[in-house]
Design a protein around this ligand. Structure first.
Ligand code: HEM
Length: 221
């Protein structure tokens, strides 16, 4: 095949691949990260439900702008942030128990490490979320992964069957409090740091509320 014909064939082939798949193929693969994949269940809440939740959380377009501003600031600090967050979980016996290996009773390093890679991606996903159906569906999936239908499955971990509900939204506070110094590290104005921090608090709380769906009785979410 001539180079021009080959190029035309490739362009034609790419045109039928959905954008999310094209992105998934060009980005380095993170094991178990499935945002945008067709295999995911459709979220049981709608874009309209999300808009109502945003209203109640006072989550506005300004928050979206400040989250986006945080993306570049946090980009090269991800590993340091995860060290702090994992340090908090590791030093809190009430939390580290959710990563324990059932056989040894000790924290499962492979499980912690596999989740950490997706946690790193979640920082960027939170900063530049577009709140579309794929995002909503992945919120539902993350909720399932914290509860019995999905926990341990992605990484084939032999661990406890669920994260207890009461800790889910509670972790918003250590996660966002410890994030604030990282938001301030790149010279942003103090007022912008405050607004980025406030936007992160709202977004993380909103996500943990969406993740709570599997814990709530039918019809009561
Ligand atoms: C603000 C609250 C929380 C945030 C932002 C958060 C964030 C995340 C993220 C991004 C993932 C990976 C999702 C994926 O697979 O793509 C994850 C998984 C996980 N989180 Fe959380 N989480 C929170 C609360 C908690 C709490 C309180 C615990 C208890 C220790 C916990 C334990 C876990 C575990 C065990 C997994 C792995 C689940 C699996 O088997 O797939 N999380 N979390």
């Amino acid at each position: 095949m001539k180079p021009q014909a080959l190029a035309a064939a490739l362009i034609a082939a790419l045109a039928v691949i959905p954008a999310s798949h094209a992105i998934a193929q060009s980005a380095p693969a993170i094991p178990g990260y499935t945002m945008g994949q067709k295999s995911l269940a459709k979220a049981p809440y709608t874009p309209a439900d999300l808009e109502s939740l945003k209203k109640t959380l006072l989550f506005t377009d300004e928050d979206i702008r400040y989250l986006r501003m945080s993306k570049a600031i946090l980009a090269d600090q991800t590993e340091a942030i995860l060290d702090v967050w994992y340090g908090f979980v590791a030093s809190t016996p009430e939390l580290v128990v959710y990563f324990k290996n059932n056989r040894t009773g000790a924290p499962d390093g492979a499980y912690l490490g596999a989740v950490r890679k997706r946690f790193a991606r979640w920082i960027t996903d939170t900063a530049d979320a577009n709140y579309d159906q794929a995002w909503l569906d992945y919120q539902y999936e993350i909720g399932l992964r914290h509860t019995t239908p999905g926990k341990n499955k992605t990484d084939r971990a032999d661990s406890v069957p669920l994260v207890n509900f009461r800790y889910l939204s509670a972790l918003t506070i250590p996660v966002t409090t410890t994030l604030k110094p990282f938001l301030a590290k790149k010279g942003a104005a103090a007022a912008d740091v405050e607004k980025m921090h406030a936007a992160w608090v709202k977004s993380v709380l909103m996500q943990t509320i969406l993740w709570s769906h599997p814990y709530v009785r039918d019809g009561q979410f």
